[in-house]
Write a protein that binds this ligand. Structure first.
Ligand code: SAH
Length: 241
């Protein structure tokens, strides 16, 4: 069974959008993954088909109704994890992407306006995910980001050229820099080591560049990486004192 995404949104016409092109688009046509769209508005119950209402307590904007969104969600209830796009959610990481890609698929809830009625998260098993510390106007872009990250990891999507294993974040480090022909561009030459054909030296250079780049550009990642290295081996328990 291919990876199946179900996206609940007020704007189903935004999908597959960019995921209909390039690697993800080809994989979609090859049925390596599938996308189903649910129009949240179809689950509105009143005459005006309203999906939102004014915030309790006052204030700007509108809030997505728990009853309408839950009805939409319940219409797709199955074993796949349900992810809601929210700015306060757990920041999306490559390990989480990898775990989702390894499963059967995902159901994604896209917010709009001020977001969802809080009771939705109490009444349903929903994982909140953020794609970064900034605010989008809707969850659709976040859903596209999450799906793009998952789809490229599916079997047969990237091809043999990219194993994916050496890429940024996979080892907890950023990736080393890349070069390609021409050998000299505007007076700048590809580092000699990369033209040496000495695979051991190349690997050592790449490892050292990845470490240096991570330390300088992302001290937060570097600290976590170093912390993970000095952890006791699995199985070892810290005794209480
Ligand atoms: N009032 C909210 C912002 C709502 S933005 C707040 O201040 O937190 C509208 C919708 O866009 C959200 O419901 C969510 O689905 C989506 N969204 C905005 N920023 C996001 C982010 N960083 N990650 C994931 N989804 C986001």
């Amino acid at each position: 069974m291919p990876f199946r995404a179900t996206v609940l949104t007020l704007y189903p016409e935004m999908f597959p959008g960019p995921l209909g092109h390039s690697l993800a688009g080809r994989a979609l046509r090859e049925e390596r993954w599938a996308i189903d769209l649910v129009q949240i508005r179809d689950f509105a119950t009143d005459r005006h088909r309203s999906v939102d209402d004014t915030p309790a307590g006052g204030g700007a904007g509108m809030v997505l109704r728990a009853d309408v969104v839950a009805a939409a969600l319940d219409s797709v209830a199955d074993a796949r994890p349900v992810v809601a796009m929210t700015p306060r959610g757990r920041p999306l990481t490559q390990p989480r992407v990898r775990a989702l890609a390894a499963g059967g698929g995902v159901t994604i809830l896209c917010g709009r306006f001020e977001g969802f009625d809080e009771r939705l998260f109490e009444g349903r098993d929903i994982e909140e995910v953020a794609i970064g510390d900034y605010v989008l106007s809707g969850g659709e872009m976040g859903a596209l980001v999450l799906l793009d990250a998952c789809v490229r990891l599916l079997p047969g999507v990237m091809g043999a050229a990219s194993s994916g294993d050496e890429e940024s974040f996979e080892s907890g480090l950023l990736e080393y820099p890349h070069y390609t022909r021409p050998v000299t561009w505007e007076g700048r030459t590809i580092p000699e080591v990369l033209r040496s054909g000495d695979h051991a030296r190349i690997a050592a250079w790449r490892k050292s560049m990845a470490e240096t780049d991570t330390r300088l550009r992302r001290p937060d990642l570097w600290e976590r990486h170093e912390g993970a290295r000095v952890q006791p081996p699995s199985g070892a328990r810290r005794t209480k004192d």
